[in-house]
Design a protein around this ligand. Structure first.
Ligand SMILES: Nc1ncnc2c1ncn2[C@@H]1O[C@H](COP(=O)(O)OP(=O)(O)O)[C@@H](O)[C@H]1O
Ligand SMILES: Cc1cn([C@H]2C[C@H](O)[C@@H](COP(=O)(O)OP(=O)(O)O)O2)c(=O)[nH]c1=O
Length: 917
């Protein structure tokens, strides 16, 4: 069972009613813690300085290319994170097994030596190796330290101790930054080469760092009060591996611790996302380096605020609930940072994010200290350390990749508004959601107030009035009111007044008194008060009062209370404590024990102590009764003064159960005092409950009505808005439709016009084509006609020419025939004449000319006459000039065959011959 399970009130009520300053002073008042804390602060300062120096040193040693420098710096970071994953768990086991003080001393001594060697060696490889070694040593130191703190401070101061530790660890970072900047400036003033200027401050810072570790080692070595390690029987010492597995198993199997781990992982995922993406995110918002700086400042401011004030603000709130709630809120704040595309608002949410993260950080540390037993604490811190680093490295590495993969998205919820979400923003949103989910998961795993509504619990804690645990609410079991005080202080007077007032509120009121509230009691009263009883040993007196009381409580008071009545008693146990204890000088504790036994531990809900100086009381009694009074009234004044002081002491020891009233005031004023107090504490009577219920119901009905009306109004408004929106949309749609229709109509019209134009053009084209065709046709026909004409002409001409030729040939033939005939005739004649002469000569025949023979001279008829005439005419025409043309034609008609006019003439001679035949 964890320690918190044993006493949840401690966890829930931590720091309540105490201020932070008081807490811090209180925890610093513990000398061992104070010295350890101072040493740790110094070591932290050195550590931060060392980190800055190492990166600067690595950069300076690898000076050359930009890439190399960046790689060197990245290597330093990587080497600082890497060992946690490898030997982190082992270190936790060691912290749980070795002497914690000497583990811390050895780790710091080792770091002192290794860091000091870095500037001495001055080589990059050694810087890397040393970083690895130093970080490994830190892994042994941290769990030992964390596990020790809860052993040095009381549980109720653990939270303050953690706040101080975290303040020391993280508050030293800015101091280290300032110191480092100062050293760098100094180096610049001293001059030298660039590399000297870079190396010198880094070397000095490393020496300071080394020295800080030495101081821490020495201080811790002298803190002998640090418990070595949790006591464990020697034979149960498990192996290192077993211990490691046990540690992880412990985390896995202990629901609360698992919840804690989930919560812290959520917080770290969110933090890692912010660190890994801040630069891109700020750039995406266009806020530049200054924006980046402001955002980081905002984170640290928030962290500081959360660590300092978060737990204090909710002093009475369950720490488990606080852890989960702050992580869920941190997740939500991160989601808002991611979603708001405005650097100013983002910075505000970043402060909130930091505040919630800071609160959860302190709370988680406190819870581990409170809830994890000493035996496992080192391993739990170590396991947590490993997981946190894994998550941190994972998120640092993955977040930018994821952001790049997601890319930039633009949403346009409305026409006027475009919402740009960068990959960085979306990744941060995812991380925020993851953190919130882990917060919820943790809440489920570790809620320590099931049944108490979270919101009401939170509001109660904020108002400083935490809700009681369920099942512990006071049940309506009546109310026991007692009036106490010395003699004649006005108890009877007030009992009556109060009884009347309470009765008027609807309660059943039982007025009673001690001694003598019952019949038996009356007999006892007679014994104890009758002066005739004489001396009674104080013990007997005390026992008689106790006897009366036992019977009184058993037979009257309890039954009345159980009925729910308000019992108002004039005197009760306190009278015994004051009279028999303080007055008779019996041991008050003895008297109390008898009374407790007699009453079964029944304690009044309220005791009204009427305080009056003894003399005043005596005067009143004298005025009331006269005479000497009863056995006790007869006691001397100093007895009554002792009794009065006895009453007052009782009231002081338990102030919440008493109302001390100055009884010198008038009776009415005293009554009013009592009434006023009763109004706050007296339970409601059945009548009042009914009345209240009625009022509540009426109020509820009124509220319901109001809500209904409000809802109705809202519904109507929403409907109206919706209708308006729908109308607007409809109108817009109609407008769009109309525009579309118009566009369509115009397009159709255009298309129609275009079609018409095209048709027209086509018609014209066809017309043109037809006209052209006709024209061509006409031209062709004309051409044909002309060709035909020409052919005819040519034919005629040719015929003419042939005819002429024929005629010429004919004429020539005729002429030739004529000439031949004439020749023959002449020959004939000549022959005849020669014959005749011969004859004559011979016979002397007359020289008579023989007429030409008909067959020789007249073969031509009239037609041939006419033809002859015609040919003659053509010849004449030819002779007048056609001859040349004809010759030309004949030349033109000579084909490539090279046919000659003679051949042509020969060719044609057939036809001309035919024609002649
Ligand atoms: N506040 C008061 N101031 C003055 N006189 C008072 C006051 N209260 C009561 N008395 C008177 O003092 C006397 C004693 O009061 P009482 O109620 O009988 O005291 P008790 O019951 O304590 O003995 C009575 O005479 C009462 O009238
Ligand atoms: C109840 C009780 C009363 N007494 C004394 C105180 C009173 O003197 C006496 C009760 O007397 P009572 O007349 O009831 O008181 P008062 O005079 O104030 O009205 O008994 C004790 O000593 N021890 C007790 O436990």
């Amino acid at each position: 069972m964890s320690s918190a399970d044993q006493n949840p009130a401690i966890v829930s009520g931590l720091g309540a009613a105490r201020g932070l300053g008081g807490d811090v002073r209180g925890v610093l008042a513990i000398p061992t813690f104070r010295r350890l804390w101072a040493a740790l602060c110094f070591a932290s300062l050195g550590d931060w300085l060392g980190l800055l120096a190492l990166t600067a040193y690595a950069q300076a040693l690898s000076a050359g290319s930009y890439k190399q420098e960046n790689l060197a710096v990245a290597a330093v970071f990587l080497l600082r994170l890497a060992p946690a994953m490898v030997i982190g768990p082992l270190a936790g086991v060691v912290a749980d097994r070795l002497d914690r003080r000497w583990t811390m001393v050895a780790a710091n001594g080792f770091r002192f030596v290794v860091i000091a060697t870095i500037p001495v060696v001055g080589q990059l490889w050694w810087l890397f190796a040393a970083t690895l070694l130093v970080e490994s040593a830190s892994l042994f130191f941290i769990p030992a330290k964390e596990a020790t703190v809860p052993n040095l401070v009381p549980r109720e101061r653990l939270e303050a101790a953690n706040q101080l530790n975290l303040a020391g660890t993280y508050g030293s970072a800015p101091v280290a930054a300032v110191v480092f900047v100062g050293l760098s400036l100094l180096a610049r003033l001293l001059g030298g080469t660039d590399s000297e200027q870079a190396l010198r401050p880094a070397s000095v810072a490393l020496y300071v760092n080394s020295f800080a570790f030495l101081v821490a080692a020495v201080v811790i070595a002298r803190l002998r009060e640090i418990p070595p390690h949790p006591p464990r029987p020697a034979d149960e010492e498990p192996s290192a591996w077993r211990a490691l597995v046990d540690g992880w198993k412990y985390v896995g199997s202990t629901q609360v611790v698992r919840g804690l781990v989930f919560a812290m992982l959520g917080a770290f995922a969110a933090a890692g996302a912010v660190i890994g993406l801040a630069r891109t995110y700020v750039r995406d918002l266009g806020a530049g380096d200054a924006g980046y700086g402001v955002l980081f400042f905002a984170v640290f401011l928030g962290l500081a605020l959360g660590m300092a004030f978060g737990p204090r603000l909710l002093a009475g709130f369950s720490r488990r609930r606080m852890l989960c709630l702050s992580i869920v809120c941190a997740g939500i704040a991160l989601a808002f940072v991611a979603l708001v595309p405005n650097i100013v608002i983002a910075v505000m949410f970043t402060v909130l994010l930091g505040a919630f993260a800071g609160t959860s950080w302190v709370t988680a540390y406190t819870l581990i200290g409170l809830e994890v037993d000493d035996e496992h604490r080192g391993r739990v811190f170590a396991s947590l350390n490993v997981m946190l680093r894994v998550v941190l490295v994972g998120v640092l590495a993955l977040a930018p990749l994821l952001a790049a993969a997601i890319g930039v998205h633009r949403l346009t919820p409305t026409d006027e508004w475009t919402w740009t979400l960068s990959g960085a923003a979306i990744t941060m949103l995812l991380a925020g959601v993851l953190a919130a989910v882990l917060g919820v998961v943790s809440f489920r795993a570790m809620d320590d107030r099931p049944g108490v509504p979270l919101l009401a619990d939170l509001v109660g804690a904020l108002r400083g009035r935490p809700l009681p645990e369920p099942g512990r609410q006071p049940v309506a079991t009546g109310f026991f009111l007692v009036l106490e005080g010395g003699e004649a202080v006005g108890k009877s007077t007030q009992v009556q007044a109060v009884a009347e007032w309470v009765r008027a509120r609807g309660h059943e009121v039982v007025v009673t008194r001690e001694p003598g509230g019952t019949e038996v009691g009356a007999k006892v009263r007679a014994i104890v008060l009758d002066p005739g009883t004489g001396h009674l040993v104080p013990q007997a007196e005390a026992l008689l009062y106790a006897a009366d009381r036992a019977h009184h409580v058993g037979t009257l008071v309890r039954p009345a209370l159980e009925r729910g009545a308000v019992v108002i008693s004039d005197r009760y146990v306190d009278s015994s404590l004051a009279y028999q204890g303080a007055g008779r000088a019996l041991q008050v504790e003895d008297v109390a024990r008898i009374s407790r036994w007699a009453t079964g531990g029944l304690v009044p809900d309220l005791t009204v102590l009427l305080d009056l100086p003894a003399e005043v009381a005596a005067a009143r009694r004298q005025a009331r009764d006269g005479g000497a009074g009863d056995r006790l009234e007869a006691e001397p004044t100093d007895f009554h003064e002792r009794v009065r002081r006895g009453f007052l002491e009782l009231a002081t020891s338990a102030p919440h159960r008493y109302l001390v009233v100055d009884a010198t005031e008038p009776a009415e004023a005293v009554s009013e005092h009592i009434r006023q107090h009763l109004r706050a504490v007296l339970p409601l009577s059945a009548v009042e409950v009914a009345e209240q219920e009625r009022v509540r119901r009426e109020e509820a009905a009124r509220l319901a009505e109001e809500r209904r009306q409000h809802d109705e109004e809202r519904r109507l408004a929403v409907e109206a808005r919706r209708a308006e929106e729908a109308e607007r949309r409809r109108a817009e749609r109609e407008r769009n439709d109309a525009a579309m229709q118009e566009a369509l109509r115009q397009a159709a019209e255009q298309a129609r016009l275009d079609a018409l134009a095209a048709e027209q053009a086509e018609r014209e084209r066809l017309e043109r084509q037809r006209a052209e065709r006709e024209e061509l046709e006409r031209a062709r026909v004309e051409q044909e006609r002309l060709d035909a004409e020409r052919a005819e002409q040519e034919r005629l001409e040719r015929a003419e020419r042939e005819r002429v030729e024929l005629e010429r040939v004919e004429r020539e033939r005729a002429e030739r025939a004529e000439r031949e005939r004439a020749e023959r005739e002449r020959e004939e004649q000549h022959r005849a004449e020669s014959a005749a002469r011969d004859d004559g000569e011979s016979r002397g025949a007359p020289l008579l000319r023989t007429p030409p023979r008909l067959e020789d001279t007249a073969p031509l008829d009239d037609a041939s006459d006419a033809q002859t005439r015609e040919l003659t005419l053509v010849d004449e025409i030819f002779s007048m000039g056609f001859h040349t043309e004809r010759a030309d034609d004949e030349t033109a008609e000579e084909g490539p065959s090279g046919s000659t006019g003679d051949e042509r003439v020969d060719g044609d001679s057939d036809s001309s011959r035919g024609w002649l035949r």
